[in-house]
Design a protein around this ligand. Structure first.
Ligand code: ADE
Length: 224
């Protein structure tokens, strides 16, 4: 999977890809991430990328031209399966749409700043709009990092244990069950006996029961 990210602040986005699972995914070539500074596509002398909103109002708006020019350059090189704008008024990111986007080959992510982008970008260039939750960030970069992480970890071979992405919370519509590791007794805090019994079918049944119990208690909306 190739991800091209259009941003005014590439430095905000670098570190998530420089450690742990995302770093390994990039090193193995299973995913690649490319940053494009929208400012480099401005035709203005001062490299202007934003302007006042027509009709007045507070805040600046990202201009259509630099974004359009950058996307045009990228599209000349390859076809894109999705051009996604990260915005708080987009469709909320869920495990289901992360699963879907993780199967695509080439995607572009656009990070907004200031008041957002000129509506013509959204009307003519963007194919999907994604929000990572009902709150407003200072820009789309951190949302893009979250979105990339949720996708890249699902690419086959990225996680060491192939089955582990499938046992995540939400993957079967339930929260994940509790997990434990050694020691089985720490200061009198005991691990449930069933987990040390070696009885795999019983362990599986226990996990399902706990997943359901946890979901009922913490996220009953998922069961409706
Ligand atoms: N940009 C600002 N806030 C955002 C959010 N919640 N999701 C996606 N992009 C954003």
């Amino acid at each position: 999977m190739r991800i091209d990210i259009l941003t005014l602040f590439p430095e905000l986005l670098k570190s998530p890809f420089e450690a742990s699972i995302l770093k390994r995914a990039l090193q193995s070539g299973k995913a690649s991430v490319h940053f494009h500074n929208v400012r480099d596509y401005s035709t203005h002398k001062q490299k202007q990328v934003d302007d006042y909103p027509f009709g007045g109002g507070a805040g600046m708006v990202m201009m259509v031209e630099p974004i359009d020019r950058c996307i045009k350059v990228l599209k000349k090189e390859r076809d894109y399966d999705a051009i996604i704008y990260l915005t708080p008024d987009g469709e909320t990111l869920t495990q289901q749409n992360a699963n879907h986007f993780s199967t695509l080959n080439n995607i572009i992510l656009l990070c907004g700043h200031y008041k957002g982008v000129d509506q013509r970008v959204r009307d003519h260039l963007i194919t999907h709009e994604i929000s990572i939750g009902d709150f407003v960030l200072s820009g789309g970069e951190l949302a893009a990092a979250v979105f990339c992480d949720s996708l890249i970890r699902l690419i086959p071979g990225v996680l060491g244990d192939e089955s582990s992405a499938l046992t995540d919370s939400f993957q079967d519509g339930l929260l994940a069950p509790p997990i434990y590791t050694r020691p089985a007794n720490y200061n009198g805090w005991h691990v449930p006996d069933i987990l040390t019994s070696g009885n795999t079918p019983k362990v599986e049944a226990w996990r399902e029961e706990k997943a359901l119990e946890r979901t009922k208690k913490l996220r009953p909306d998922l069961l409706r």
